[in-house]
Write a protein that binds this ligand. Structure first.
Ligand SMILES: Nc1ncnc2c1ncn2[C@@H]1O[C@H](COP(=O)(O)OP(=O)(O)OP(=O)(O)O)[C@@H](O)[C@H]1O
Ligand SMILES: [Mg+2]
Length: 260
C-alpha cells in the first residue's frame, strides 16, 4: 500500500505494515444449499488498512453488496472469516455504520427522528442531530417526512443516520447513486472531508469509475459472479484529485481495460 503521507492532509499510513482494520480471509458465500445453491463470492482475500478508503467495483450481481453485508455482520460467510479491528465479525456493531443501496428510512418518522435512530442512545443530543443534518445539507428538513424528500435527499439522511452512531468503519453501498451530477460531485467532496475529519476506514461500492479514482486509496475490482478479486489497485494520487489530469486518465484506462 502506498505511503499516504503524500495524500494531502490525509492520515499517515506507514508503508511498513499498516494495521489492517478489515481483513477478509478466504471468504466464500453461497446462498441456498451446496447442491443447487448460488455461489455469490469465491475465495475473497482482502485487507483494508486503518484509515483507508477502499472502493469495490464490478458488474451487477458479482457480490459487492454481499461482501459489504458480511463486513457489516448482516450476513455470515459460508467459508472463511471476516475480522474488523482484529475481532471476528459476528453480528452488527455500532462500530460499523452502513448506508444501503436504497435509503431504508422509516416513513412514519421525521427526518430528524430517522437520524436519531442511528444513535446508540436514540439521540437525546439534539445538537448532534442538527449538526449531522447540516453536514449533509438538510438542516431545514429535520421536521419533514421521508415522502417529502427527493431520492438524493433521502440517501443523504441515510448517510447522516449511519454517521450518527459514530462508527469507526463506514460501509457505503452506492451511496451517491441516486444523486444528480452536481450534488454528486459536492457529496464526493463531503465524503472525503468526513473520512478525513472523522478518521474513518471506508469501504464503498460504486459503479462510477471516476468516483472510485477520485475517492479511494485502493480500488478492489471483482470478477463476474461468482465474485473473485481480479485486482486491488492502489491509487497514489494526492488529494484533492483532478479528473482532468493525465495521471487520472491512466487509472481510468486501467479500470476500463479490466471491466470492458
Ligand atoms: N439473500 C439472498 N438470497 C439468495 N441469493 C442472493 C441473496 N442476496 C444476493 N443473492 C445473489 O447473490 C449474487 C450477488 O448479489 P449482490 O447483491 O451481492 O450483487 P451486487 O454486486 O451488489 O449487484 P448490484 O451491482 O446489482 O447491486 C446475485 O446473483 C444475487 O442474486
Ligand atoms: Mg449491490
Amino acid at each position: 500500500m502506498k505511503n499516504a503521507s503524500s495524500i494531502g492532509g490525509v492520515r499517515e499510513i506507514s508503508q511498513h505494515g499498516p494495521k489492517a482494520d478489515i481483513e477478509v480471509q478466504n471468504v466464500s458465500k453461497r446462498f441456498g444449499s451446496d447442491a443447487d445453491g448460488l455461489l455469490a463470492l469465491s475465495n475473497i482475500n482482502l485487507c483494508v488498512p486503518t484509515g483507508a478508503f477502499a472502493t469495490i467495483i464490478g458488474q451487477s450481481g458479482c457480490g459487492k453488496t454481499t461482501l459489504l453485508r458480511m463486513i457489516a455482520g448482516l450476513e455470515p460467510p459460508t467459508y472463511g472469516v471476516v475480522k474488523v479491528g482484529g475481532q471476528v465479525v459476528q453480528g452488527t456493531s455500532w462500530e460499523r455504520g452502513m448506508v444501503f443501496q436504497e435509503p431504508r428510512l422509516f416513513p412514519w418518522f421525521t427526518v430528524a427522528r430517522n437520524v436519531r435512530l442511528g444513535m446508540p442512545d436514540r439521540g437525546h443530543n439534539q445538537e448532534a442531530v442538527t449538526g449531522l443534518l447540516r453536514l449533509v445539507g438538510l438542516e431545514d428538513f429535520g421536521t419533514a417526512f421521508p415522502r417529502e424528500l427527493s431520492g438524493g435527499m433521502a440517501q443523504r439522511v441515510a448517510l447522516a443516520r449511519a454517521l450518527a452512531g459514530s462508527p469507526r468503519v463506514l460501509l457505503l453501498d452506492e451511496p451517491l447513486g441516486a444523486l444528480d451530477a452536481v450534488t454528486r460531485m459536492r457529496m464526493q467532496q463531503e465524503l472525503l472531508k468526513i473520512w478525513q475529519d472523522r478518521q474513518l476506514t471506508i469501504v464503498a461500492v460504486t459503479h462510477d469509475l471516476d468516483e472510485a479514482i477520485l475517492l479511494s486509496t485502493q480500488i478492489v475490482v471483482l470478477s463476474e459472479r461468482p465474485g473473485r478479486i481480479k485486482k486491488v489497485i492502489p491509487v497514489d494520487l494526492p488529494y484533492p484529485r483532478n479528473r482532468l489530469t493525465g495521471e487520472f486518465n491512466v487509472f481510468r484506462q486501467e479500470l476500463m481495460g479490466m471491466l470492458l
